[in-house]
Design a protein around this ligand. Structure first.
Ligand SMILES: Nc1nc2c(ncn2[C@@H]2O[C@H](COP(=O)(O)OP(=O)(O)O)[C@@H](O)[C@H]2O)c(=O)[nH]1
Ligand SMILES: [Mg+2]
Ligand SMILES: [Zn+2]
Ligand SMILES: [Zn+2]
Length: 512
């Protein structure tokens, strides 16, 4: 039982037991009649009697207890002493019920194994009212047959249990009101913060996006994302008793291990706002190299501005970025996305996710299902074009020979899949920013060919790719052309990424 539940249930139970004790005491005093009516003491007792629901022998000879004379005949003592004995047993059985494990079970269901709040578990009121009767459940679970004991003493448990229920109910309702208000206030505040800082999460493994991931406790239990709710306001407790923070304040919650609700794999989300960029282009057009150079650019820019950038996937490790001049072709079939986190004291955490899959797979005739997951969600597309390859195809005079990988063909097959997966009609323009990048600009041959024309668009048109410019402009509302060197002295691979990040996020717009 967690701390909140201890105090919620503890308060209710303490009040109930106190009043029952008073009832018990008053009954005892009355049974043995040791006070005289003139005492100041009796006045106080009378008032207490009124408040505590009365004693059990008030009125007639033995009052309520008188009707239970059957029990007293069992003992060879006078009715008053017997009544007291049975009353004591009844009282103790009620207290036993309160202290029994049945009263302290707050465990959540297997599909979401967290402790419920005392006031907000399913059937909370019923379970609360059952607390004083729980000796029945305890004896039943004990060995079934001994349940006869609390059943036999029910007439003596009942008066105490009923008084206890009355008080439990009063305290419970009060606590319910307070907790409901606290939860709804904290939930609203937490949701507002989450929606302004994070918005949603993306799985770098299966590419699905979702509002919040699942979380995994240190003990391995997987549960829903902890937010202020029926499990607690500021923290939750797993079914094994581990504390889990349930508000985004102070970033502590973001350190909990996330789990993708779709593929169930362990992922990192950190409450960072995800920005997903997909790399598109023929094999060898320079996608992986641009990505690595851009990550290098982001990291140095971030450092300048006092932002911590943390490349968190293997493909973006400092070693991989440093060795980008000798990048090995992306393994065909590699499907995990690369990701990098950025944060500072002023900046709520951001996550750049890059989908960089083998270039081969963008060429026509490929199985569409491979792409299903990739293009369900994108914040930007970087389309890489190797200018020398464009010139080479143009000069080869045999357009059929190597035409598979021309920018037009790659764009067409990409766009066909893209529209189909996202359910667009052919006339709908995508609002996702498309950065078309002329790569390898540090190569003098590339630079002279591209720079001979006024713009990258003019270069493409000159070398037989005017259809590319037309299709890109028709299909994407927001297209921009870049000339990029990802290697050499003056690298500027950050430019297309900065443009995409800035058009998605106002904070990053200020920084990049
Ligand atoms: N000189 C130069 N070479 C580049 C540049 N970008 C990529 N390359 C080279 O082009 C080849 C293919 O690059 P890669 O990034 O693997 O292309 P991908 O298949 O599209 O991922 C590699 O040998 C890279 O070193 C660049 O900006 N400048
Ligand atoms: Mg590659
Ligand atoms: Zn746990
Ligand atoms: Zn997943």
């Amino acid at each position: 039982m967690n701390k909140t539940n201890k105090s919620l249930m503890g308060t209710a139970v303490a009040v109930a037991v106190m009043y029952c004790s008073l009832t018990f005491l008053l009954t005892a005093v009355d049974l043995f009649g040791k006070t005289s009516p003139d005492d100041v003491g009796i006045q106080i007792l009378n008032l207490a009697t009124l408040l505590s629901g009365g004693n059990l022998v008030a009125g007639t000879d033995l009052g309520y207890l008188g009707s239970l004379s059957f029990y007293y005949d069992l003992l060879p003592t006078d009715a008053g002493t017997s009544a007291m004995l049975f009353l004591t047993i009844g009282f103790l059985l009620m207290v036993l019920g309160i202290a029994s494990p049945a009263s302290r079970n707050f465990k959540g269901p297997a599909e979401d194994p967290q402790e419920f709040l005392f006031t907000h578990r399913p059937l909370a009121i019923v379970k609360c009212l059952l607390i004083p009767w729980n000796s029945l459940a305890t004896f039943w679970s004990f060995k079934k047959a001994p349940v006869i004991i609390p059943i036999a003493f029910l007439p003596f448990i009942a008066p105490f249990a009923l008084v206890a229920d009355l008080l439990l109910l009063a305290v419970f309702l009060l606590e319910w009101l307070v907790m409901t208000a606290k939860i709804s206030f904290a939930f609203k505040k937490d949701r507002e913060t989450y929606e302004s800082h994070t918005q949603y999460a993306v799985c770098p493994k299966c590419k699905m996006n979702f509002y919040q991931p699942l979380v995994k406790c240190q003990c391995g239990l997987v549960m829903k994302y902890p937010v202020p709710n029926v499990y607690g306001v500021r923290f939750h407790t797993c079914n094994n008793g581990h504390k889990i923070l349930s508000t985004g304040e102070g970033r502590s919650r973001s350190k909990i291990q996330s789990v993708c609700p779709y593929c169930k794999k362990e992922i990192q989300t950190r409450e960072a706002k995800p920005i997903v960029v997909s790399m598109v282009g023929a094999s060898g057009s320079g996608k992986t190299t641009i990505m690595l150079s851009a990550v290098d650019g982001i990291c140095s820019k971030a450092k300048e501005k006092g932002i911590i950038s943390e490349p968190a996937s293997k493909g973006l490790s400092p070693a991989a970025v440093a060795a980008r001049a000798s990048v090995i072709p992306t393994v065909s079939g590699e499907t995990d996305s690369e990701f990098l986190f950025m944060r500072s004291r002023e900046l709520s955490e951001k996550e750049l996710i890059v989908n960089d899959i083998s270039g081969l797979e963008f060429e026509p005739d490929r199985d569409k299902s491979l792409f299903e997951e990739y293009y369900r969600y994108n914040d930007g597309i970087v389309f890489a074009i190797d200018p020398l390859a464009v010139v080479a195809v143009y000069n080869s005079q045999s357009p059929t020979k190597s035409s598979k990988a021309t920018p037009v063909n790659v764009l067409e097959s990409f766009y066909n899949m893209y529209t189909e997966i996202n359910g667009y009609g052919p006339s709908v323009r995508s609002t996702v920013p498309l950065a078309v990048v002329m790569t390898k600009m540090d190569d003098p041959r590339v630079a002279s060919a591209v720079n001979a024309e006024k713009t990258p668009e003019a270069f493409l048109a000159k070398y037989g790719q005017d259809a590319f410019v037309k299709i890109a402009g028709t299909a994407f509302e927001n297209t921009k052309y870049f000339k990029v060197a990802s290697l050499g002295q003056s690298q500027n691979a950050l430019d297309p990424f900065a443009w995409i990040l800035a058009s998605n996020d106002d904070d990053l717009k200020q920084i990049l």
